[in-house]
Design a protein around this ligand. Structure first.
Ligand code: URA
Length: 277
């Protein structure tokens, strides 16, 4: 009997560990909800018509409830960054909003000529409501400091506006749901240079299939309907990846130098270079 209860305690512990690893690391309600039972009872949506493949290989956003405004119409109506943040507060089309604590909109200087787009908020960002405030943010600050930049000289947002549970990578559907807002965000800031940090931002904003280690260090032209001109866009490594793979910092350092060179060629003044740490 004692052996039986020991085994079940070990089983329960293993189950708990599995859930944490799968990202279920926070209680969001008093009682559990059986989502499988809910799906079985819910009326099935009619099958969607096959559509031509989108230019960016992302999953389509989830179907909208009747009367719910689309992300594109909400985002498109925003004339200022404040209105865009308000539109996101009204938007219910991204499932991440259900589990996140705060909307993580942006940080830095909205008048800056360099805009960075990261992946997704983590636990610290979710608590504070600003991007890159945790350890990845400290690494990002060091990368920027290498070429004399800081948050008064750049503007920072993410490919999704809410934290994925357990800090997992956002899904194609979550990224697609946020994309109209990210596109409008870029249009409203209208930077001279865009820097994409890591694979999800690159996949979201550029129609490229290659991995980030192939694309990093390369310049692209980011275009969207609401922009007067294409924006030179640099793909680089995500600071969290550099924390896990310190040997890759040498490539990030090269990318920062390329960013500095491009900024100078566009007449954006950047103070003198410091040695990387
Ligand atoms: N990583 C990101 O990509 N964004 C954040 O805001 C924090 C960590």
């Amino acid at each position: 009997m004692a052996e039986q209860s020991n085994r079940s305690a070990a089983d329960l512990l293993a189950l708990l560990r599995w859930q944490v690893e799968a990202g279920a690391d926070e209680a969001i309600a008093e009682h559990p909800i059986d989502r499988y039972a809910a799906t079985a009872l819910a009326p099935q949506a009619p099958p969607r018509k096959a559509a031509p493949a989108p230019a960016r290989a992302l999953a389509p956003p989830a179907p909208r409830a009747p009367g719910e405004a689309s992300g594109r119409s909400l985002a498109g109506a925003a004339r200022t960054l404040g209105e865009l943040a308000e539109a996101l507060a009204l938007f219910e089309g991204c499932p991440l909003k259900q589990t996140a604590t705060k909307l993580v909109f942006a940080d830095g200087n909205p008048d800056a000529r360099i805009m960075l787009v990261g992946e997704a908020p983590g636990a610290d960002e979710d608590r504070i409501g600003r991007p890159f405030v945790g350890v990845s943010g400290q690494m990002l600050d060091r990368m920027l400091a290498c070429i004399g930049l800081d948050r008064t000289r750049v503007y920072i947002a993410n490919a999704v506006y809410w934290r994925p549970p357990g800090n997992r990578t956002p899904t194609g559907e979550e990224i697609a749901a946020c994309l109209p807002f990210v596109e409008r965000h870029i249009e409203l800031v209208s930077p001279e240079i865009l820097v994409l940090l890591g694979a999800p931002a690159v996949k979201s904003l550029l129609a490229r299939k290659e991995g980030i280690t192939t694309l990093r260090g390369q310049w692209f032209q980011y275009e969207s309907a609401g922009l007067a001109r294409p924006i030179p866009t640099l793909a680089t490594l995500h600071p969290a990846y550099l924390l896990r793979q310190p040997a890759q910092k040498r490539y990030a350092w090269r990318d920062m130098l390329a960013l500095q060179e491009k900024a100078e060629s566009l007449g954006l003044s950047i103070p003198s270079v410091k040695q990387p740490r």
